[in-house]
Design a protein around this ligand. Structure first.
Ligand SMILES: Nc1ncnc2c1ncn2[C@@H]1O[C@H](COP(=O)(O)OP(=O)(O)O)[C@@H](O)[C@H]1O
Ligand SMILES: [Mg+2]
Length: 229
């Protein structure tokens, strides 16, 4: 399979006062289309920053990210937003639903932005698949953490993304709910052939993906294929 994501010599620095902080230091790797991978590493090692750069939420200081052959750093903000909408789904640790919209409205946002029609039926179908067919008119504040994350997953999948990035998607959930959300991510990945790149502290979860990349102090220190049952 071809590579859906190519990261080359990626470096990200932040200025804090008059000091420059190197958060990612010359990171390179490729991700095959349709595969599953996890990024692990200590807190503060640069995992969220790396995922944000891969998804075009932010731009690198140097180096390149190519997504489906498109160099993200060559794009302006609008073109990056367009590319995200076309190819990328993102699931955040803290869900990031819009509080003034219902579950259904949150899920339809990405397709509304595209100006597509018929998105309401598709959103209801996805919400039903994540077990929330009876919660479509609930606001985020009326949903549990696990339910909010399932809405976020439905929103991430509604555009049929080629690649899904998930940043500690089960980090704020209890064990049982986390297991449900995990199963859902893997199911949707299988059903839709979506590439899955996930950050997690959970080594058991990491072992369920085909590849484990380890980040330490902003450097890629390990890259292992794992045997998935
Ligand atoms: N916008 C920012 N400005 C300054 N420093 C940042 C910013 N974002 C992240 N950092 C710093 O970069 C480092 C890595 O952060 P992060 O990518 O969130 O790590 P992780 O997700 O592995 O815990 C941390 O030291 C953090 O303080
Ligand atoms: Mg993080």
């Amino acid at each position: 399979m071809a590579d859906i994501l190519s990261v080359e010599n990626l470096t990200k620095t932040f200025k804090s006062g008059n000091r420059e902080l190197t958060v990612l230091d010359n990171v390179s790797f490729d991700i095959e289309e349709g595969s599953t991978a996890t990024i692990v590493g200590p807190s503060g090692s640069g995992k969220t920053t790396l995922l944000g750069l891969c998804a075009g939420l932010d731009v690198a200081t140097s180096g390149t990210v190519s997504l489906n052959g498109i160099k993200l750093n060559a794009l302006d903000e609008d073109d990056r937003a367009f590319t995200r909408n076309q190819y990328i789904g993102f699931v955040f640790q803290n869900f990031q639903l819009l509080p003034t919209l219902t579950a259904l409205e949150n899920v339809t946002v990405p397709l509304e932005l595209r100006g597509e029609k018929g998105y309401r039926e598709k959103a209801i179908d996805l919400l039903t698949r994540v077990g929330l067919g009876d919660r479509t008119d609930h606001y985020p504040s009326q949903l549990s953490g696990g339910e909010q994350q399932r809405v976020a997953i439905a929103r991430a999948f509604i555009t049929d993304p080629k690649i899904l990035f998930a940043d500690e998607p089960t980090g704020n959930l209890d064990e049982e709910t986390a297991a449900q959300v995990e199963a859902l991510l893997f199911d949707l990945n299988k059903q839709q052939g979506t590439t899955l790149v996930m950050v997690t502290h959970n080594l058991e979860l990491a072992s369920k993906t085909e590849r484990i990349l380890k980040i330490k102090g902003g450097k890629l220190v390990d890259d292992q294929k794992s045997v998935v049952a």
